[in-house]
Design a binder for this molecule. Structure first.
Ligand SMILES: Cc1cc2nc3c(=O)[nH]c(=O)nc-3n(C[C@H](O)[C@H](O)[C@H](O)COP(=O)(O)O)c2cc1C
Length: 397
């Protein structure tokens, strides 16, 4: 399976050391202004080259092959290519590395391109970032914003499950995209440096959020918004655990607290901003009530804590969406380990090449991209969810 999405779909192709990586996006609406600089800026967040990621700098730039004319989408399939011009295939022996997908790909396909991990390499995530950047250009029209930043590395982790939009923005402004104050950032960096200096790797957690998402996105039973997010995030290489909202903390709460007091509903996300939890706790907090006449406008629920992370019953509540994803440590490390040779004999060897000491650092933007794509897909699917939507489109009512 190389495709993702229900109505708005993308399919990816290419291997780590092949000629190029690419993506085809289908059912992308016509009339969207395509900002190539924005797409390249997201790809830049995925590039290595810094002290805390792979020394392999992938200076990727998009080459749009179809579906865009005079910088505006035409409704035709969008095809984008990115060349692989920084590969060193000689670094890869025909070893089946511990914790990498070499053995399982061999068991399934027998013949596969093992250079750089071939199709199992996270090089493919370039295509996901491009698809997500195109989705962002749709979301922009609805003032929906998505973010992802590191919130834990190795033994150091931030306890909160939600952060303000300002905090995500500030994290992106720095050379190292991490939440928390400067002390935490240094501690995160230290964990990576320690692992790197020890020829080792380290795991990480990433907080992903969406702001401005109105209530009503997602499908009740078999295509729940949280299920789709969990599946998409677990579908990214090295992600081993996904929490929605307060996540596993909910399992230690009582219902009286976990149920989260409802404070009101409004037609805008006013109270979702950075101060929302402080404001909501203040005695001056006014609850919101939507007038019946505004029921067809976007709705935003307001609860005391938003433990459910903006999703209940598989459908968005209108509160900010919060997810925490946990990445395992990079499989390829430069320490000697026991592994399989291509003839299945056991050997002791170290892995060479250019690898990330902590894959969560570059993985964050891929999760942001997947979340954007899912939200854009559900926005489009909702256009036929109720007759009033169809009337709006076809009768202008
Ligand atoms: C952005 C990103 C970069 C990665 N870079 C590397 C790498 O340099 N070396 C490596 O061994 N694994 C890397 N991985 C992880 C492997 O691709 C992944 O662990 C492997 O495919 C096995 O799949 P699994 O961990 O999901 O079971 C990276 C993952 C991501 C998301």
């Amino acid at each position: 399976m190389n495709s993702f999405g229900t109505f708005l779909k993308f399919s990816t192709f290419g291997e780590s050391h092949g000629k190029a990586i690419g993506v085809v996006i289908d059912n992308y609406p016509a009339g969207v202004r395509i900002d190539t600089d924005y797409i390249n800026s997201l790809l830049k967040l995925r590039q290595g080259g810094g002290a805390f990621s792979t020394p392999r700098k992938e200076a990727d730039e998009v080459n749009i092959i179809s579906g865009v004319f005079n910088d505006i989408s035409t409704g035709a399939p969008i095809c984008v290519l990115v060349e692989n011009n920084n590969t060193r295939s000689k670094d890869y022996k025909e070893h089946l590395r511990p914790a990498h997908a070499d053995f399982t790909y061999y068991a399934k396909y027998e013949h596969f391109d093992y250079r750089g991990g071939g199709r199992s390499s996270a090089r493919e995530s370039v295509a996901r970032v491009i698809a997500g950047a195109f989705a962002d250009l749709i979301l922009k029209e609805f003032n929906i914003r998505t973010y992802a930043s590191i919130c834990g590395v190795g033994g150091v982790s931030l306890d909160e499950f939600k952060f303000s939009e300002e905090e995500y923005k500030r994290a992106l402004e720095k050379d190292f995209n991490a939440l928390g104050d400067d002390l935490f950032k240094e501690l995160f960096k230290d964990e990576i440096t320690k692992a790197k200096n020890n020829n080792d790797s380290v795991g990480a957690s990433v907080s992903v959020a969406a702001f401005g998402v109105m209530a009503g996105l997602g499908d009740g039973l078999y295509d729940k918004l949280d299920a789709r997010i969990a599946s998409a995030f677990m579908g990214l290489n090295a992600v081993k655990c996904v929490e929605i909202g307060a996540g596993r903390k909910l399992s230690s709460m009582n219902g009286s607290f976990a149920n989260d007091e409802i404070l009101g509903v409004s037609n805008d996300e006013l109270m979702q901003n950075q101060n929302s939890s402080i404001l909501k706790q203040s005695p001056n907090f006014k609850s919101f009530k939507v007038a019946k006449t505004n029921i067809n406008k976007p709705l935003f629920l307001h609860t005391r804590h938003n433990f459910s992370g903006g999703i209940i019953g598989g459908i968005s509540t209108g509160e900010s969406i919060y997810i925490r994803a946990h990445f395992k440590p990079t499989p390829s490390i430069f320490k000697e380990q026991t592994m399989l040779n291509k003839d299945f004999s056991l050997i002791k060897d170290a892995i060479y090449g250019r690898h990330d000491p902590c894959v969560g650092v570059r993985g964050a933007v891929v999760l942001k991209a997947m979340l954007s794509f899912i939200i854009a897909d559900f926005l489009m699917l909702n256009s036929s969810a109720k007759i009033s939507n169809l009337k709006k489109i076809y009768k202008g009512e």
